[in-house]
Design a protein around this ligand. Structure first.
Ligand SMILES: Cc1cc2nc3c(=O)[nH]c(=O)nc-3n(C[C@H](O)[C@H](O)[C@H](O)COP(=O)(O)OP(=O)(O)OC[C@H]3O[C@@H](n4cnc5c(N)ncnc54)[C@H](O)[C@@H]3O)c2cc1C
Length: 404
């Protein structure tokens, strides 16, 4: 007999699950609380949808669980899935995979078309409020009535970006005994003390960043940073927000050191994570550069032409030694991280220990699956979060459609 599968949530993992389950012959109903599916997916990658990463996995929370899931369905499988849907993809030089047309809309359209072709029933405006097991069936209560099925795949996402549909859906699983690892915003801008950034809002510069706990370097990145009136933003900043959040939670006093060498042509600034190191590592090179300039630049403005005026005006008129020190480790004391409104993902979530990384099925509640960001897994910027969501959805759907 045809298996009946309910999928809760029409985001990345839910849509991938619906495609695979229907292709394998299951009767699929997808319940989405918003008025349409894939709202967040459409906004990903600045509208380009960075849907996977062919580089080394970069996951946090239950990293082992993520790696096990991705050892079954990896970046090339996700690419093949989209190729099959008519969306060829290609990686950039940093391994980030985008649709070849660079349009998130192409990804969403292809998924929706396949659901339509496979007769998946999509019910929008249906927010799941509870899951119950009654004999051999699951009953899902929603704002649009009750639905029943043999299997349920929970793909409700995390708390990041409420404007794009995120709500708290953890109780669907905690009411069934799952544990919740305290969630928090991740991949979000960082708030700093206001004095060191005053007047710099709107300035965008390539930099190297080192997050320190006192004198100890904790994490480092490089890329383009944007000054804002509350602190700093940009992908390289967001990559450090998870560590900043943890330091603040344990009442440490984190400092973000900004090295302006890349902005002055003294270093590479491809967006990437770096090994944490002494934030003053480039000081000697910076000093040599400034000393060379001393011969031909105006005495009081060694940085003329090398840095934007806004920043030059913030720096003291100092000796080359003092300037070199400051330019390699401009200290921004961290006061907070931005909330879910500006975060791209949620760290924490439903504890993975109750679920199998081979199938995404709950160990005790057979026929119950959880996928994507609702779980205690989050990845770096660069396609890792969508890759995990798609992989989970595909694996869970295959098992739900095939297993007894
Ligand atoms: C602005 C932005 C840009 C991003 N860019 C990228 C990127 O380029 N690459 C990348 O890898 N990651 C990116 N991410 C992260 C990525 O989008 C998410 O990690 C991913 O979408 C998670 O997939 P998911 O299926 O778990 O949840 P989601 O895609 O969030 O889908 C969850 C769905 O469930 C619905 N839902 C929630 N609760 C219920 C309920 N109770 N009943 C019914 N429906 C419910 C929601 O409305 C939503 O449609 C970005 C995130 C944001 C906010």
């Amino acid at each position: 007999m045809m298996k009946q599968i309910l999928i809760l949530g029409g985001g990345a993992s839910g849509l991938a699950a619906a495609v695979i389950a229907s292709e394998l012959g299951a009767q699929v109903t997808l319940l989405e609380r918003s008025d349409r599916v894939a709202k967040k997916l459409l906004a990903t990658g600045n509208g380009r949808c960075n849907l996977a990463n062919v580089g080394k996995n970069a996951y946090y929370g239950d990293e082992n669980f993520a790696n096990e899931v991705l050892s079954r369905i990896g970046a090339e499988d996700v690419r093949a899935f989209f190729d099959r849907l008519g969306v060829p993809t290609r990686p950039d030089s940093a391994g980030r995979v985008y649709p070849a047309c660079n349009q998130a809309a192409a990804v969403v359209d292809a998924l929706r078309l396949r659901l339509h072709q496979s007769s998946v029933r999509v019910v929008t405006g249906a927010q799941a409020t509870a899951i119950e097991k009654v004999e051999k069936k699951y009953i899902v209560k929603t704002s649009a009535g009750s639905f029943s099925a043999d299997k349920v795949i929970v793909c409700c996402g995390g708390l990041a970006a409420p404007k794009l549909g995120a709500v708290n859906a953890y109780s669907l699983l905690t009411n069934l005994g799952c544990k919740l690892i305290s969630p928090g915003p991740a991949l979000t801008p960082i708030e700093t003390e206001k004095a060191p950034i005053k007047g710099l809002s709107g300035l965008r510069l390539p930099v190297t960043l080192t997050l320190c706990d006192g004198a100890k370097p904790v994490a480092a990145t490089q890329g383009e940073m944007l000054f804002a009136d509350y602190g700093v933003s940009g992908v390289c900043v967001m990559q450090l927000s998870r560590d900043a959040h943890h330091l603040l939670k344990r009442r440490a006093k984190p400092i973000l050191y900004v090295d302006f060498s890349p902005a002055m042509g003294l270093g590479d600034y491809r967006m990437e994570r770096l090994q944490p190191r002494n934030p003053f590592a480039n000081e000697a090179r910076m000093l040599r550069y400034l000393q060379e300039r001393e011969g031909y630049m105006p005495e009081n403005d060694l940085l003329l032409g090398a840095l934007p005026r806004l920043l030059r005006e913030r720096l003291p008129k100092a000796s080359a030694e003092e300037l070199a020190h400051l330019l390699c480790a401009y200290p921004l004391p961290v006061t907070g991280v931005r909330g879910y409104d500006q975060a791209q993902v949620t760290q924490g979530g439903i504890d993975t220990k109750d679920f199998s990384p081979e199938t995404l099925e709950h160990h005790q509640h057979k026929g119950l699956y959880a996928c994507g960001e609702i779980l205690n897994v989050d990845g770096d910027c660069g396609g890792f979060n969508l890759q995990f969501a798609f992989a989970c959805g595909m694996i869970a759907a295959e098992h739900a459609a095939m297993a007894e």
